[in-house]
Design a binder for this molecule. Structure first.
Ligand code: CP3
Length: 347
């Protein structure tokens, strides 16, 4: 099948993700669309986060902002990991400075009734937004994304952000049958959300399991990996590369790759050459400049970007990114300068 337009499918990003050689790594930034940009803050004035994710005019404009400003090699679809669970009826909000907050957390089997399967009919606006974007982006690829079952389950079970994921882990171990049924639903929802984006024209996908690093490898493989495999498997027949990312996942890199990705996202805690060794050289890597370094003098940033690009050359492919999202206080000019530097390395 061939959904995305030709040029985007031959872009540096897609080629690196497919382990094909390129003159330089493609570069984009997690959370490139967002509060670090004054034009984002202006357009979001008085509009709630969830509402802005469901309005194609805003989604397309916000997704395009960092592409225009920085000249990044990929756009990331402006949305949020909780959008699809909201679309099937979970009552939630995204609170500024806090994150997703769920009105009635999931605690019992009866709560699964509030979490029906996702179909394209729940999210016609997502299809429309992706179509508009792909037309506007031309040969710049659009990365679709979804939250992975574990990270979504954490928000649903905790009712909001959590540092320890204590309730989530307690449920996982105390009632494994309920845990697996909850994650199976979430895997269907995440997988279908990815599928909708690819069928509308996204050229690659990223599954965010941001908080999986809270788990041991043993628990990850028993309670999480099978469900992430289903979510990633939902687009396996659509011929788009899949990126799998989490924070603090140094112990889980091989298991996350084995869940069904072509690219493993690496946070800033693991050097890319260590990551490549742990992955047996079989995956493209994405990462991993420490976002904190965006506040260091340019010479420091430049040295680290050059080191990361050099380390990335040993892998099957490399996509330059941060080790986690752009902090809201970042000077956007620094991001532009990083893009210029990486592009100059291919000349
Ligand atoms: O630019 C992009 O990366 C695309 C858009 C994007 C958002 N959220 C927009 C957003 C993406 C890919 C996400 C994914 C997401 N959402 C993740 C996984 C990535 C990660 O950071 O690990 C997670 C864990 C969430 C849940 C979530 N939503 C959090 C933790 C927050 C931040 C809360 C805060 O205000 O500090 C949100 C809100 C959110 N999602 C914002 C944006 C731009 C901020 C909303 C605002 O402008 O007020």
């Amino acid at each position: 099948m061939d959904h995305a337009p030709r040029p985007a499918r031959e872009s540096l990003l897609v080629r690196a993700a497919r382990h094909e050689p390129g003159a330089r790594p493609p570069v984009w930034f997690m959370r490139q669309a967002g509060r670090s940009l004054p034009e984002y803050r202006a357009i979001r004035e008085g509009v709630g986060m969830l509402e802005s994710c469901r309005r194609p005019d805003l989604v397309t404009e916000i997704t395009m902002q960092p592409v225009r400003r920085h000249g990044v090699d990929a756009a990331i679809f402006f949305s949020d990991i909780v959008v699809p669970v909201g679309a099937v009826g979970i009552d939630l909000d995204i609170v500024p400075g806090v994150g997703p907050v769920v009105a009635q957390p999931v605690a019992t089997r009866a709560d699964l009734d509030r979490l029906p399967e996702l179909t394209g009919e729940h999210v016609p606006d997502i299809t429309e937004s992706v179509r508009l974007l792909v037309a506007e982006l031309g040969d710049t690829p659009l990365i679709g994304f979804a939250g992975a079952p574990f990270t979504l389950a954490s928000y649903l079970v905790e009712g909001g952000p959590s540092k320890t994921h204590a309730r989530t882990k307690a449920l996982m171990h105390a009632d494994p049958a309920l845990w697996h049924d909850l994650c199976a639903r979430l895997a269907q929802i995440s997988g279908e959300f990815l599928r909708v984006q690819v069928e509308a024209g996204a050229s690659a996908v990223q599954l965010f399991d941001s908080w999986a690093g809270a788990l041991s490898r043993r628990d990850y493989e028993e309670f999480v990996q099978p469900h992430s495999r289903v979510a990633l498997g939902a687009v396996a027949d659509l011929d788009v590369p899949r990126i799998h990312f989490g924070v603090g996942t140094g112990e889980l890199l091989a298991s996350m790759g084995a869940a069904g990705a072509e690219v493993v996202g690496v946070d800033f805690r693991v050097d890319l050459d260590d990551a490549n060794e742990r992955l047996g050289g079989r995956y493209a890597l994405q990462g991993n400049l420490d976002p904190a370094l965006l506040f260091a003098p340019w010479e420091v940033i430049e040295a680290h970007v050059r080191r990361i690009v050099t380390q990335g050359r040993a892998a099957a492919g490399h996509i330059l990114n941060l080790g986690h999202g752009v902090p809201p206080e970042t000077d956007p000019d620094v991001l532009t300068r990083i893009v210029e530097l990486v592009k100059s390395l291919g000349e």
